[in-house]
Design a protein around this ligand. Sequence first.
Ligand code: ATR
Length: 273
Amino acid sequence: MTNTPFAAVIGWPIGHSKSPIIHRHWLAELGLSGDYVPLGIAPEDFATELRQLESRGFVGANVTIPHKEAALALADTVTDRARRIGAANTLVFRGGKIHADCTDGEGFLANLKQNAPDWDPAKGPAVILGAGGAARAIIVSLLDAGCPEVIVTNRTRTRADALASTFPIFVSDWDSRVDATAGCATLVNTTSLGMTGQPPLDMSLDLCANDCLVTDIVYTPLKTDLLKSAEALGLPTVDGIGMLLHQAVPGFEAWFGQKPAVTPSLREKVLAA
Ligand code: ATR
C-alpha cells in the first residue's frame, strides 16, 4: 500500500469516461500527489469491490452507469441531495465508511452560473425535456435554487408522472412540449435527442421568453441543433460540457484537499480527448 491518494471512476463498461482527464489535469495543475484511474467493475462484483477500495489506497471514487443507484444503497452515509435525487456519483472513503453524494445538480447550476452570469433560476418557469437520472438531479437543483415552476415533459409520460409524485413539478405531454415552453425562463434538454447518432430534437423555441436560457446536457456535438436554434433567436445558450467539468469539483476537493478551477484550458483538453 502507498500513501499516494488514489481516486477512481467506476463504471461498466468504463472505457469512455472523461473523468480521468479532468482529475489528472487538476492534480498536475495544483502540483498535488495522487492519481485518478478508471475501474471497470461488473454489477455483480460492485458491492464487494467497493468495500475493498479504501484498504487499497483509494480515498474515494466517482460512480457512473450502471452503479449510481447501487452506490447510494451501499453507502453508510448519504447527503440529503443524493437521497432526493436517488443516485450517487461521488463517494468518499473514510474510516471504513462510504459517504455518498450526488454533485450532478450542483455541476449543472455551476455551469450555468459560470457561462451565463445574468441567468437567474428564480426568474421564471423552467422546462425540462426528459425524465431520466440527469433530469432528476436538475429538477432538485432548480427547485433548491428557487425556480418558481418546474415543468417536465417526456416521451414516456409515466416516467414524468413518477417524478411528479416525488417533486413539486408539473408534467406536460411530450406532444405539447412547445406549448409548455410559453414564457419559460429556462429550457433544458436532458434527453439523448440531438446527440450524434440519435434522432434530432424537433422543437420550436418561439414561445420561450425572449431572454430564456437554453441549455443542453448533450455535448456531442458541442453545439446541438437546439443551441443553434436558440442562438438564431438571440437567446442565451450554455453547452453541456461544463456540467461534466463542474460536477467533478466537489469530489476532487474532498479527496485531494484543494478546490480546483474549471478553466478554458481544462475545457479544451477534455473536448480534444
Ligand atoms: P439519463 O439517466 O442519462 O437522463 P435515460 O434515463 O436513458 O438517461 O433518459 C434518457 C431520456 O431521453 C429519457 O427521458 C428518454 O425518454 P423515455 O423516458 O421516453 O425513454 C429520452 N429519449 C430517448 N430517446 C428519445 C426519443 N427518440 N424521443 C424522445 N425522447 C427520447
